[in-house]
Design a protein around this ligand. Structure first.
Ligand code: NAD
Length: 324
């Protein structure tokens, strides 16, 4: 349709622009990057990007793929692709649930680890009424526990060398929810909380942790997206943000970025101005009902962004001190 054509034109423009505006090359020579779930989809695009920029890459994936009609390890395909292009990579076939083995592969093969991209993922979509504990546990284990296990294994290396970058994978669904994805949205929201605290604890060691909410046409989304949309949402359009966030020149930490089809943004939390009820009289449900329109008002010029936990409690403490 007309609309689709406009879309593609804009995409071509954006690509041309991004190529023209490129500054100094962000290289990863001498660095080791571990990408989980890198046998396909987004992870594959990250692995190829890191290798192209000079990094040694651990390509983790427990999945299989097909080559010349034969079943092969998905990770091997990507490692071969990197090597054919002159890059350095090694495969790891363990589940992210065994995070220490993934990090051991990096240390044994390349002697260090600098970058962890927690990307591996699965879906077990079902309406909550039909969702089973097994689905819940599996999605939790791969996404949140896997992210934890790999990060936990890399952490002592990062602390010792006083540097390290972790990029975790959230989703729009982790922010807003989606029908049939209670398990997935809970795991993704958990990953964001985990990322926020890692960033705080890592700051004094020069360790940064960020999360991205990507959109890409992959095996995970191909079944629910039309083919033209899959084509517009190439994983290659997401990978450069991961490269930027992983690079030692980047200062951002504890942030969430939404990215897809060459569009990159930061997402942050907004809070209404709030209502300060006097502490002198007991606050009642009725009193709140009366002021409800003000509690949820984002248009009175008092709505604001909240950067951290301390800032988030400033107003309520001020009210307790008699400011309200
Ligand atoms: P994908 O299915 O193409 O790739 C995921 C890879 O992870 C697969 O190759 C799979 O074999 C591997 N994997 C699964 N379980 C694993 C485990 N236990 N250990 C190691 N590897 C494992 O999916 P994708 O679209 O590339 O998704 C990558 C990440 O991005 C996921 O975390 C996903 O939730 C997230 N995400 C994707 C989209 C999107 O639009 N594609 C949107 C939001 C979030």
């Amino acid at each position: 349709s007309m609309q689709d054509n406009d879309w593609m034109g804009k995409l071509a423009e954006a690509q041309a622009l991004s190529e023209n505006a490129q500054g100094a090359e962000l290289r990863f020579d001498g660095k080791v990057a571990l990408v989980t779930g890198a046998g396909a989809g987004l992870g594959r695009a990250y692995a190829l990007m890191f290798a192209r920029s000079g990094a040694k890459v651990v390509v983790n994936d427990l999945g299989s793929a097909e080559r010349d009609g034969k079943k092969v390890r998905a990770a091997d395909l990507v490692v071969d692709e990197i090597k054919r292009a002159g890059g350095q990579a090694v495969a790891n076939y363990d589940s992210v649930e065994d995070g220490d083995r993934l990090v051991a592969t990096a240390i044994e093969s390349f002697g260090r680890i600098d970058i962890v991209v927690n990307n591996a993922g699965i879906l077990r979509d079902k309406a909550f009424a039909n969702a089973t504990p097994a689905d819940w546990d599996l999605v939790y284990r791969v996404h949140l526990r896997g992210t934890y296990k790999v990060s936990k294994a890399a952490w002592p290396h990062f602390v010792r060398q006083k540097s390290g970058a972790i990029i975790n994978t959230n989703s729009a669904v982790g922010m807003f929810g989606n029908f049939g994805q209670t398990n997935y949205s809970a795991a993704k929201a958990g990953i964001q909380g985990f990322t926020n605290t890692l960033a705080i604890e890592g700051a004094k060691y020069g360790i940064r942790a960020n999360a991205i909410a990507p959109n890409a046409g992959t095996a995970m989304t191909a079944t629910i997206m039309p083919a033209e949309v899959v084509e517009m949402l190439k994983p290659e359009y997401v990978a450069p943000l991961v490269g930027y966030l992983a690079h030692e020149s980047t200062e951002h930490s504890g942030k969430l970025f939404q990215v897809g089809s060459c569009w990159v943004s930061e997402v942050r939390r907004q809070r209404s101005g709030g209502v300060a009820f006097p502490l002198t009289a007991p606050i009642t449900p009725e009193a709140i009902a009366k002021r409800w329109a003000d509690v949820v008002n984002f248009d009175d010029g008092r709505a604001h962004y909240v950067a951290d936990t301390r800032q988030s409690s400033a107003e309520l403490l001020a009210n307790a001190m008699g400011g309200g």
